[in-house]
Structures are given as C-alpha cells and as structure tokens.
Ligand binder design. Structure first.
Ligand code: SF4
Ligand code: ZN
Length: 726
C-alpha cells in the first residue's frame, strides 16, 4: 500500500469535506433551516447517506450531523514518511468523501448552480433507476464504468466509449482533465449521450460521480432488499452483484484519489491510463484495487479482467458496431440515407414457422433493389419475412420471435427501428451506409440473434427481404391475416380456457419470497411477461424461472383461487404464503417484488380505488407518492388494500373482479388514463357505460382525497353507491 495514494486520498477528502461544509454554510445563510433538500423523484433521500447510515436527509438542518460524521471519519493526513500497510484510513477517507460529495451535489439543487445544465443530467430519479437497474439484475447490462477525466484525444474517447457500449456496459461520466471532460469530447465527435445510449454524463465536477454510487446504493436497497443503514450489506451487495469500475483518464489529483477511495469501498476498482501508484493485493475488491498505466486500447479488457466480468456476446456479422447500448440512438432526418415505412411507404415484419424441409438455415435473400440502388434520402417499400423451423417451435411462439426484430435491428449502430408488424419504421443512416451496411444485414442480424437467444426452440432460420412494391403489398396481406388471427387467439383466451398457468420467479434474486403467477388474463406485474411468454420461456429453458403450474381444483372462481396454484405458491414462497386471490386486492392479494408498473390503493372516503403508474412523480390521493407507496407494497408481502400490477391488467375482466371490478376505479394520473383510453373505453362500452371513462378523476381534478370525492359526487361516479370496500 502506497504512502502517496493514502496521503493523496486523505488530502483530497479533507478538501472535499471542507468544500461541502462551506457550501452548507452558504445555504444556511440564505435559506431557512427547514428548507427541503432532495434529489428529484426518489424515495431514497440522499441515497448514499441513507443506504450507509439509515439517516434520511430531508432538510438543511439534517445536514450538519452528516458533515460531523464525515469529519469524524477523516484520518489525519499522514506525515511524509509514514507508510500505511493497510487500506483502513484510506477507505475511511473515501467514505467521508462520498458523504461530503452527496451533501455538496444536493445543495446545488437548493442554491445552484443547477446540476442539470446543457449536456449534464444530474441525479437519476427512481424511474430511471428501476428501469435501468433491472437490466443489471437480468444481465442485459453487465455493469457500469465510471469514467473520470478526459482522454488524450477525441478519437481515443470515441473508441473507448464504443468499446464500452459494445460490451453493453453503462458509462457514467463525471469530472474533467484541465477543463475538458470525456463527455464533451464525445459530443464534439457527434456521439449521442443519454440514458438511451448508455453514455450518461452526470456532471463536469468529479463530485458528480456520487450519482453513480447513489445509483448503486439504491440498487442494493430496492433490488437487494437491504435495509437502509446496513452498510455492510449495501457494500457487499455492490461488490458481488454490481460489476462496476472506475476509469481514470488523465492526471489523477487528490480529489479524484479521494473519490476513487470511496468507490473502492463499494468494491469498484480503478483502472488508470497514467502512471499512478497501484494497489494490487486483493482485499476489498475482488481483485486489484488500482491498476495504472494501462494503454487506452487495453482499458476495457483490463477492467473486465480485474473486475471479473463475464460478458456473453453473440457475434453478429455486420459492418457497424452492434449491442444493446446502440438501441436508444436516434437517426435524425438529415442523416437518413434510406427510410422504410413510418407512413412514408408500405412496410411490415412477419415471422412464422414452416416445415423444417422448407427452411434452409442461413439463407438470406434480398428480393428487389439493394441499398446501393438508392440515392441518399430515398424511401423504399419493405417486407422482412422470417421463416423458422424447429422441433420445439409452436405457432404461439411466432409473435414472441417477431417482437425481437425491433430490438435486434435497433442494436445496430446508425439504424433506427420503431414499431412492429405493419407499422414498422426504419431509418438507415448515412454513416451506416458509408460503413457498408446493406439491407441483407437485416437478415444476418435476425439469423444470428434468433439462434443465439432462441436456440432451444428454433433450429433453422431463413430470411426474405422484399423491396418491390408488388411483393411487399401481397406479402403484407398474408402477414395481416396472421396478425389478425393471433390477436383473436390472445383476445379469446381466458383464465378459464386453460388448465395451466405459468410462474415467474425471476425476481427472487432480490425478492426471495415473491412469485408471480401469470395467467392469460393477468400478466406479470412488471408488464414484461404474459402467459405466452411464460410458455415459450419454459420451452426454451425447462429449468428456468417460468414453470407450468396446473390450476387444479378451483376453490373460488370469483376471487381467483385454485388449489394447484396455492400449493405451488406455498412451496416457491418458502412457505411464507399459503394462498392468494388473483382477482382481489382486499383479501389475500397477490404479492409484489417491487417491479410493478402500477400500484392500486383503496381510497376509503370514495368507496373506490386509485391506480398510479411509476412514471408519475406527483402526490396521489392516498397521501403518498408512488415512490413511498412502493415501499409499502413490495418485498413479497401481502398488503390488503394495495396491489402492484401491470398497466394493462387494469383493463382486464378479472381486474379486482371480487372487489367490484373496474367500476371501483376513481382516480389515476392523466398520462396513464390517456395511455389506456382505448381498452378502457372498450370495457366501459361493453357494460353500456362509455361515460365512465370521463368520470375517472385525474390530478387535474384533485390530489387530496376530499377533492376527488367532490369531483366524483359532481359527476355521479357509480363507485359512491357501491358496497363499502371494507
Ligand atoms: Fe419479476 Fe414477476 Fe416480472 Fe417475473 S413477471 S420478472 S417475477 S415482476
Ligand atoms: Zn420484480
């Protein structure tokens, strides 16, 4: 252990704690002690402080105690000749640094300068944390790289970013070298930044890396079920589950050392491109703590080796970069070389199964002109027909495979894909064309990825790409007949029409007692898995998280309770739950892990219920915001009066059927109401009461229960006349 690094980190920590202290004094001068302090839309307060100490910092007067804690942690700056054989005091300095940085950044939201500025995004809210965090849990993002400083040239910056993106890693950017930031280098080269491209610029100061650690801490609290204040488990969760590392570019000053020391406590090592003192022996991190002097083209592979990352990538033979990090990239109008669909011309995508003798694996045909036949800015008719065969393939799986085309095509750099079926819209950029991208490559992509992801059900894949209007139109008719038949099949499926449901225990990795039971009319509460997905997933991976569960004897058809389901739930919930009702939120409701798209809660005064979606940041008539409600409902517990569900379950016939059904719904955010307009109207028209849609209150009619009641009385909502819910 090097003396230099200890004294640098400790000096840096002193400086940062002082800076936070001064900023707090400044805030106290102009604002009252009970001025609110918060990061936007989060239920985790200042997350690093909350996670590690359990203290909820909500106002300025909560802050001095944290500064005091940081000061108490601060070791003396070691005398020049002192040699420290262990990391202890450096780690203390690191934690003190994190507390101070979090105080400092949160004060920016109170007295400025606003952290959200130009390219800089500031803190990630809980919506982002959930949506992105789940990718860490299910493995679609292996981890993140926290980049500080700047690369020696823009070209090196772009190469490094592309390499990290291709490995599907998130890149969290903060800090600068001599006034230049990695993020600014990327922007100068026309690289798109943001959560969608996984290149996330938090802030120009190195302190803004606190948002990375805030993200990691919230992952431990929400996905890991760790109690706030249980710092040992917060740190251990991160060390084991969150594969992250710091990439230090350029000179590493005292403050950067101090911040790196904070990251080391989380088990995140530092890889540097300059010659800084190394910390090689294993200890807190899985492997080395600091590795220096790594050439730029080796940084990513070194980090992956040091951190012990396992990255599985299906090689896709295309001339552009490829990976989920490119999914969120946009292609602007002026950059379009060739445009497909999107009401500019006919386009569709269709996947179906054929007899194995009719499919030649790997055969890809472009029938009609290839991309070279078009001038920049052209539009072409387009049909993508994917023909598959496999011993375990079933017609029911066709839409599941077809739905992947959207992601697969989007993963290619410089290609935009929106929609599906006959509303697909694709843009191929000029830069992709320049790199040699061909229409043929759509076939290469789909062929490689379907084999990689669905090898257990498909053996052979061939692709036809049509660009002649005549072929496109005639094939589109065939596809449309198939879409219609599929919709009718799904629409006519009821819980009564099958004898087997599917389980999902994917979330047990962080909510150990929770199991979702997925029936034709009730999708998984995260909205990502329906009954057909469960069925396909079981075929693909028979020992995986989705198992068939026979319903067995029906105990109560109105509440939705079955003997077979109860038995299964009892076993898979580790004997914590012996029964539940799929169609009730009042009596033994289904449990939640935390991934629900929507939370429903009883509003006793109104005799009805409210439904709030995760994206809604505001207050609700239950007196709690979504983020607070989420804490009550999750964790695999039954909480009568509350349920976590998927958005579209609201419009199902079975939605709280035992408690009075959809007629109970009296409040929801406008955004959610708009989203569900069509299926809701359809439901209400079915009972002959289309006026019910307008009777549902939104935040525009009120957010206090009394206001909602007043509105309901005014419009004569039928819930008021129903039986009491309790
Ligand atoms: Fe988790 Fe349920 Fe979604 Fe499965 S269906 S991923 S268990 S929320
Ligand atoms: Zn979940």
């Amino acid at each position: 252990m090097s003396r230099i690094i200890a004294s640098s980190a400790i000096k840096g920590a002193h400086a940062i704690v002082n800076m936070a202290k001064e900023k707090l004094a400044q805030a106290m001068e102009t604002k009252s002690a009970d001025t609110k302090v918060e990061f936007p839309n989060t239920g985790y307060y200042l997350p690093v402080i909350y996670g590690l100490t359990g203290i909820k910092v909500e106002k300025l007067s909560d802050m001095p105690q944290i500064i005091k804690m940081a000061e108490d942690l601060l070791p003396e700056v070691p005398a020049q000749r002192l040699w420290l054989p262990y990391l202890g005091s450096t780690l203390d300095a690191g934690i003190a640094t994190l507390f101070a940085e979090e105080i400092y950044e949160s004060l920016k939201y109170v007295i400025g300068p606003n952290p959200v500025d130009g390219i800089w995004l500031g803190a990630a809210d809980d919506v982002i944390m959930r949506a992105r965090g789940i990718e860490f849990v299910d493995g679609s993002a292996p981890g993140f790289a926290a980049v500080v400083g700047a690369a020696p040239t823009n070209e090196i910056a772009v190469n490094l970013a592309r390499e990290l993106q291709q490995k599907s890693l998130y890149v969290f950017i903060a800090g600068h070298t001599d006034g230049k930031s990695f993020a600014e280098q990327l922007v100068e080269e026309g690289v798109q930044l943001g959560w969608d491209t996984r290149l996330v610029p938090f802030g120009k100061d190195v302190y803004a890396q606190i948002y990375s650690l805030g993200f990691a801490t919230r992952a431990a609290l929400s996905f890991g079920g760790v109690a706030p204040g249980d710092y040992v488990r917060v740190l251990r969760y991160n060390k084991i589950r969150i594969f992250a590392f710091v990439v230090a570019l350029g000179e590493v000053d005292d403050e950067k050392y101090a911040t790196a020391a904070g990251a080391i406590s989380y088990g995140f090592p530092t890889i540097a491109d300059t010659d800084i003192p190394e910390i090689l022996p294993t200890g807190v991190c899985t492997y080395e703590h600091v590795v220096s002097n790594v050439p730029h083209d080796k940084i990513v592979s070194k980090a992956i080796e040091v951190r012990g990352l396992k990255i599985v990538i299906t090689e896709v033979p295309v001339p552009v970069s490829y990976g989920p990090a490119f999914e969120g990239e946009k292609v602007r109008k002026e950059d379009v070389y060739l445009e497909i669909g999107g009401n500019k011309g006919p386009a569709f995508e269709y996947c179906y199964m054929m007899d194995p003798s009719e499919v030649e694996d790997g055969k890809i045909e472009v029938i009609g002109p290839e991309i070279d036949a078009f001038e920049a800015g052209s539009v072409t008719p387009f049909g993508l027909v994917v023909q598959v065969a496999g011993r375990k393939m079933q017609t029911d799986f066709e839409p599941i495979l077809e739905r992947q085309i959207h992601h697969y095509v989007n993963y290619a750099e410089g290609i935009l894909h929106v929609g599906q079926r006959d509303i697909a819209w694709i843009r191929i950029s000029k830069s992709a064309k320049e790199k040699g991208f061909k229409l043929h490559n759509f076939g290469d992509i789909v062929h490689a990825k379907l084999h990689g992801d669905f090898g257990a059900i498909v053996d052979k894949i061939q692709v036809k790409i049509f660009t002649n209007e005549e072929d496109v139109l005639s094939w589109r008719e065939i596809a449309r007949r198939a879409y219609k038949a599929r919709d009718e099949r799904i629409g006519s499926m009821t819980d009564e029409s099958v004898d087997t449901f599917y389980s999902c225990t994917l979330c047990q990795s962080f909510a150990p007692n929770h199991v979702c039971i997925i029936s034709p009319e009730r999708p998984g509460l995260c909205g990502a898995y329906n009954w057909l997905d469960g069925k396909a997933s079981f075929e693909i991976n028979p020992t995986g998280p989705n198992q068939p569960v026979p319903k067995g004897f029906t105990i109560d058809p109105d509440k939705g309770q079955w003997e077979g389901i109860n038995n299964f739930v009892y076993q898979t919930s580790r004997q914590t739950l012996d029964k539940f009702n799929a169609y009730s939120m009042m009596e033994d409701p289904m449990t939640s892990c935390g991934c629900f798209e929507v939370i429903c809660a009883v509003l006793p005064m109104t005799n009805g219920i409210m439904a709030v979606n995760r994206e809604h940041p505001g207050m609700t008539p239950s007196g709690m915001k979504f983020s607070t409600l989420a804490g009550t409902v999750g964790g695999g517990l039954q909480t009568p009066g509350f349920i976590g569900i998927s958005k579209y379950f609201i419009t199902s016939d079975k939605f709280i059927k035992a408690d009075g059904g959809i007629m109970r719904l009296v409040w929801m955010p406008r955004e959610l109401k708009e989203l569900l307009r069509e299926p809701l109207m359809e439901r209400f028209e079915k009972f002959g009461h289309p006026e019910l849609y307008d009777m549902i209150a939104t935040e525009e009619n009120g957010v206090a229960e009394e206001e909602v009641l007043e509105y309901l009385t005014q419009v004569g909502h039928p819930a008021l006349a129903m039986d009491p819910m309790f």
